[in-house]
Design a protein around this ligand. Structure first.
Ligand code: 13P
Length: 249
C-alpha cells in the first residue's frame, strides 16, 4: 500500500548543463517505472532549468524551505517560490542543516509546518550521530526528532508527509546501517506515528532510509518491511547508478 519512493538529494553539486542532463535521464527512468515514485532535489538555482526536462512523473523537490511566505529573510526561499517552480516536495531537517548550519528541532518544525501549509510534502530527516548510537541513545534521539519535528502538525493524510531515517554516521561515509539496524529504526519510527492515534497514518506514511545507499546495497535495504524508499546523496549524481537504485529488486 506504500508506493516506494526513491529520492535523489543533489546537495551542492552540478552546474546548469549537468543538472538538466541528469534530470532528463532520471525523468526517462521515472516514466519507465510506473510502480514507484522518483524524486530529485537539485540546488535552488537549478530548479527552473531542471523543471523544463522533468516531465510528468519525476517529482521535483527543494532541499530546504523557510516558514514564512515572504519577508526579510536573506538567503531563504519561501514555500510559494518552490511551488512556482513546480516543486511538490521539500527536504527538511537534513543532517547537514542540523549539524553544519545549526538548525534545531524547533526551527525544523517551523519549516515543516510552513511547507505543509503551502501544500508541499515535507521529507522530515532524522538520525543519530555515532556518539549517540554508541551511548545507546538512538531511539531517544529519533523520538525527540519525530515528536518535536511534528509538533502541532495535524496528520490526516499519510500522503502529506515522508520521513527519512539517515544515521549521521552513514552519510557520505560509505558505511551503511545494517539491514537490521535500519529495520529496527524504521519500525520504531512507525510505532511513534501510531501514537498519533490514526492507524492509517502509521501504516501509510513512507519512511525512507538514507546514508551511503548505492547500487550494491539498495536491494537488501529495500527488502526490509518498514523501509519504503531511499534518500540518496552521492549515488544520485550518476544517471547510471541512480537508475539501478530506482530499479531496485
Ligand atoms: P550519501 O548517499 O552520499 O551518503 O548521502 C545521503 C544523504 O544525505 C541523502 O540526503
Amino acid at each position: 500500500m506504500r508506493t516506494p519512493l526513491i529520492a535523489g538529494n543533489w546537495k551542492m553539486h552540478l552546474n546548469l548543463t549537468e543538472a538538466a542532463e541528469l534530470a532528463a535521464a532520471v525523468a526517462r527512468v521515472a516514466e519507465a517505472c510506473p510502480d514507484r515514485e522518483v524524486m530529485i532535489a537539485p540546488p535552488f538555482t537549478s530548479l527552473a532549468r531542471v523543471r523544463e526536462v522533468c516531465g510528468e512523473r519525476l517529482i521535483l523537490a527543494g532541499q530546504n524551505v523557510c516558514w514564512e511566505e515572504k519577508g526579510a529573510f536573506t538567503g531563504e526561499i519561501a514555500p510559494p517560490m518552490l511551488r512556482e517552480l513546480g516543486c511538490r516536495m521539500v527536504i527538511i531537517g537534513h543532517s547537514e542543516r542540523r549539524h553544519v548550519f545549526g538548525e534545531d528541532d524547533q526551527m525544523i518544525n517551523r519549516r515543516l509546518r510552513g511547507a505543509m501549509a503551502h501544500g508541499l510534502v515535507p521529507i522530515l530527516c532524522i538520525g543519530e550521530t555515532l556518539e549517540e548510537r554508541d551511548a545507546g541513545r538512538t531511539m531517544e534521539v529519533l523520538e525527540r526528532q519525530v515528536r518535536q519535528g511534528l509538533d502541532q502538525v495535524g496528520l490526516e493524510d499519510p500522503a502529506r508527509l515522508v520521513i527519512a531515517y539517515e544515521p549521521v554516521w552513514a552519510i557520505g561515509t560509505g558505511k551503511t546501517a545494517t539491514t537490521a539496524q535500519a529495520q529496527e529504526a524504521h519500525e520504531f519510527v512507525r510505532g511513534l506515528l501510531a501514537d498519533t492515534g490514526e492507524k492509517n497514518i502509521a501504516e501509510g506514511t513512507r519512511i525512507l532510509y538514507g546514508g551511503s545507499v548505492n547500487a550494491a546495497n539498495v536491494d537488501d535495504i529495500m527488502a526490509q518491511a518498514d523501509v519504503d524508499g531511499a534518500l540518496v546523496g552521492g549515488a544520485s549524481l550518476s544517471a547510471e547508478t541512480f537508475e539501478r537504485i530506482i530499479r531496485f529488486a
